[in-house]
Write a protein of this length. Structure first.
Length: 140
């Protein structure tokens, strides 16, 4: 298969699978760390209103969702991309970083969370995902 086409397919699948991981973690997060009493986290408006009620513990699952979604997506992309493994992995990290920045603009979270999330959840996890994928690939 053409390496450019393979890279495109790798990034698309990495984005889809990484997004599924992200959303899955977000969907179960309320059962692991329940939202504050009276908080409606089912809509964007409700979430915006509830954010001031959140403690630091309420930001653990969103961070994990962003970090693990990026990590898994980057690994998948790097495995599929073959010769362009790190390019694919970092491409996933860049896509998710842009999404994370957009999310922080739409949902004004505490500045400490925005910094931690943007700095540690995307590019470092994509790089780690690329490295893990390279380590898993058969040599030769």
């Amino acid at each position: 298969m053409n390496s450019t086409l393979r890279l495109i397919i790798a990034v698309i699948l990495g984005l889809i699978i990484g997004s599924i991981v992200n959303m899955g973690i977000i969907m179960i997060s309320g059962s692991i760390i329940p939202p504050p009493e009276g908080a409606d986290t089912t809509t964007m408006e409700g979430l915006k209103e509830a954010l001031p009620l959140f403690d630091a513990k309420h930001f653990i699952m969103p961070f994990l969702a962003h970090a693990l979604g990026t990590l898994v997506g980057a690994m998948i992309a790097a495995i599929i991309a073959k010769n362009h493994d790190m390019k694919a992995a970092l491409g996933i990290g860049l896509f998710f970083l842009v999404g994370g920045i957009a999310n922080s603009v739409m949902l004004p979270s505490p500045i400490w969370f925005t910094i931690v999330d943007v700095v540690f959840a995307y590019i470092p996890m994509a790089y780690l995902g690329g490295k893990l994928a390279m380590a898993l690939k058969p040599k030769g």
